[in-house]
Each structure stands twice: as C-alpha cells, then as structure tokens.
Design a protein around this ligand. Structure first.
Ligand code: MN
Length: 250
C-alpha cells in the first residue's frame, strides 16, 4: 500500500515524524508537506504563483518540502510529483485540536479533504494540545486507528474524510464516533502597537460549543476519548433545496 503523508505544521514538525513512524508499519510512505507552518490556511490552493517542491532528507524520512498549502501538497503529490498514486492519505499529526468549527479553518483537515476530492481515502489526525505534546501516546493511537480502519475501509464512500482528534493524556478512555460540534470561536483580538506606533491585531480565541447534543467531538476529547468523525466535503443541505427554490418561483 502506498501512503501519502502531509500536514499543515510543515515538514519539519514533530507531528509528521510521529505519523511517519506509525504509517511505515502499514506500507510505503511518501511525504509531501509545506516547507513551513501553514496552520489555519483552510483549503486554499495556489494558482497565481509557482509551487516549488524541494527534495529534503531528514533523519527519519525523505520527502518534498513545498512552497504550497496543504491542499496544494496533496494535489501535487497526486498530480505528477510522485510516480505512484497514493492508496491512502494521512494528514498530521497536527499540534492543536481540530474539533468543532476548527475543521473549516484547518489545513490539516483540508489535506485529507483534498484526498477525498481526488477519490482517495483521507484521514486527519490532531493532538489536542499546544503544550507538552505526548507524541508517543498519539503515535500508538494512530497505529491502532489505522489497524481498525484497514479492516473496514471498503465500506467507506468516496468524498468523505475521517477526522480524528486525540486528547493529550496517557489515560485515553477509547474511541468515540461523534458528530462535529456546532461551535464558534469567541471573537478575541489582542490590540497592540508595533515599534513604530502602528496598531495591529493578533487573533486569539477559545472555541465555544453551541451544540446541545450530548456527545460531540468537543465533548469527546474533553472527556478523554479519541473523537472520530466522518466529514463530507461540500455537503449540500438537501432538505433546504425546496425553500431555496421558492426564492425564484414567487
Ligand atoms: Mn497546524
């Protein structure tokens, strides 16, 4: 099996090393990832500039560091950079949760979404912390997840990715299949002055759940479970098509 790995924290991030180690147990692994951090770049692609792809040799693996976004990396890997077509695309392991509305902003999730668009199964992995990441624990969870996934993958529809969030604890209670929480970031901008006296803003914020369902991905990771959610790319709210149609018939 050919496995492509990408991420949004960049090819030099520790999370990609951990993912590489886990994935190598299941097949031949190829790495194409941004040359620096591209977190929260969503599903952007590069069409007005060239994309550079430089071969890099790291202690654990060799791969391509690109000047593009995570989605660019997957498109490029599937579109000529590699001699193979991946059978599976893994993204991450991201430093920081991709639960709730973060899924919309996440470059990590978008790399897996791009795989789904290409008709290749995609899985996004994130570790829910920014401090003291327990990579070893996360790596063993990823291994267990892939083992379980490979037993059932034939049942999966195309155009669907799986979003996995791992709580940063050694006392993980298990896996929970849950919906993505309805949520938003509270608006919080730090207003500061630069050395020349100009005002600038730095975005911050905490995710707020707006979800009344008892179990969702925010709830799962807060309670020590690995959240596992199926995510459809560009899902249509089919039940709203009739009311939208009304807009053009009256
Ligand atoms: Mn990131």
């Amino acid at each position: 099996m050919n496995i492509l790995i990408s991420n949004d924290d960049g090819i030099y991030s520790p999370g990609i090393e951990t993912l590489y180690q886990a994935a190598s147990k299941f097949g031949q692994v190829f790495v194409v990832a941004p040359d620096s951090e591209r977190s929260a770049t969503g599903h952007g692609i590069t069409i007005s500039d060239p994309i550079k792809a430089k071969p890099v040799k790291l202690p654990l693996f060799s791969g391509y560091a690109t000047s593009g976004t995570p989605a660019d990396c997957v498109k490029l890997a599937c579109g000529g950079l590699l001699d193979i077509r991946p059978d599976l695309v893994l993204s991450g392991i991201n430093l920081g949760a991709n639960t709730g509305v973060s899924v919309a902003y996440s470059g990590t999730v978008s790399a897996a979404a791009e795989a789904a668009i290409q008709g290749i199964p995609g899985i996004a992995f994130s570790l829910c912390t920014f401090a003291n990441p327990l990579w070893k624990t996360a790596g063993s969870i990823v291994e267990e997840f892939i083992t379980r996934y490979l037993k059932t993958k034939n049942d999966w529809p195309t155009n669907t990715l799986i979003n996995v969030n791992i709580p940063n604890t050694t006392k993980i209670k298990g896996f929970k299949t849950v919906p993505i929480a309805r949520s938003r970031f509270e608006q919080l901008f730090h207003k500061r002055k630069d050395p020349r006296g100009n005002t600038y803003f730095w975005m911050d914020g905490k995710i707020q759940s707006l979800d009344s369902r008892e179990e969702n991905d925010l709830w799962a990771v807060d309670n020590g479970y690995v959240s596992v959610s199926p995510v459809a790319f560009a899902a249509t709210r089919s039940e709203l098509l009739p009311s939208l149609k009304n807009m053009f018939t009256k």
